[in-house]
Design a binder for this molecule. Structure first.
Ligand code: NDP
Length: 248
């Protein structure tokens, strides 16, 4: 349903990147926005600048998520909080990195759905926007991260079927490379991070992704944009690799 000044939206991962850009874009359209992340200084500043309502807790916190669901009658949920650790090395990953990535990208996203979607169903309107990735569907050499986004891809498709007849729409957004703090969080070693990020292309901006999400949200009620993939023009997927077996 097109956005109005009575629409209530919840955005997770609002302290930087895509989430912050979504908050700004929604507030520019007078939507009532609940913005959630852990870094309170960032979220409070965003609230001062945009008039969004700040929430600072860890999206993996079951009780805090349930409280949010019980108190905020959301029409829109942008399930965006996420990260990628152990990019390129699932088979040698630290167990903490595995747990943090799966718990944030998958379990917490499900907790948010469980907390907020029942109210949407009751009101016979709502829009769930899951931020997935191109890596959900194409091999990107980051098996752990890809698996979590693949889960969001499948979850979005199945949930759409579970929600049939309720008036609640489910949209999956699959961005390619976006210029955010993602790789600062993903890779600790500066030289390794530089290898992953010094590619000389013009990446998507967080605002580019937020513009697409607003387009999805503003579609007339009878139109469900189920999946939207956007990449930098200079980024393409596909191809194959030949790799001789290492010798010692
Ligand atoms: P950023 O690192 O800039 O933003 C991530 C956001 O998630 C931050 O606001 C962070 O806030 C929040 N977050 C992380 N963990 C938690 C947590 N446990 N509880 C609450 N909030 C949390 O990265 P992006 O903007 O790039 O990432 C947003 C989404 O987009 C992610 O799901 C990512 O996988 C996806 N994506 C990113 C792409 C890219 O190239 N950048 C491409 C495709 C998809 P805080 O630390 O303050 O809690």
């Amino acid at each position: 349903m097109p956005l109005t000044n009575e629409t209530v939206a919840v955005v997770t991962g609002a302290s930087s990147g895509i989430g912050e850009a979504c908050v700004r874009a929604l507030r520019a359209n007078d939507v009532i926005v609940h913005a959630l992340a852990r870094r309170s200084d960032r979220v409070d500043r965003l609230a001062d600048e945009t008039g969004c309502i700040p929430h600072t807790f860890d999206v993996r916190d079951r009780d805090a998520v349930a409280d949010l669901g019980a108190t905020v009658p959301a029409d829109v949920l942008i399930n965006n909080a996420g990260l990628g650790r152990a990019m390129g090395s699932l088979w040698t990953a630290e167990l903490d990195d595995i747990e943090r990535t799966v718990d944030t990208n998958v379990t917490a996203a499900i907790l948010m759905i469980r907390a907020l979607v029942p109210g949407m169903v009751e009101r016979r309107q709502g829009h769930l926007v899951n931020i997935s990735s191109t890596m959900a569907v194409y091999p990107g050499g980051a098996a752990l991260y890809g698996a979590t986004k693949g889960a969001i891809h499948k979850l979005s498709r199945d949930l759409r079927l579970e929600l049939k007849g309720t008036g609640v729409r489910v949209s999956e957004i699959n961005p390619g490379r976006v210029a955010t703090e993602f790789y600062d969080v993903a890779i600790d070693d500066a030289a390794e991070r530089a290898k992953a990020t010094d590619h000389g292309i013009t990446e998507l901006s967080p605002g580019d992704v937020a513009d697409s999400i607003l387009h999805v949200l503003n579609a007339p009620r009878h139109v469900s944009i189920n999946q939207l993939e956007l990449t930098p023009t200079e980024q393409v997927y596909g191809g194959y690799a030949f790799a001789p077996i290492w010798s010692d």
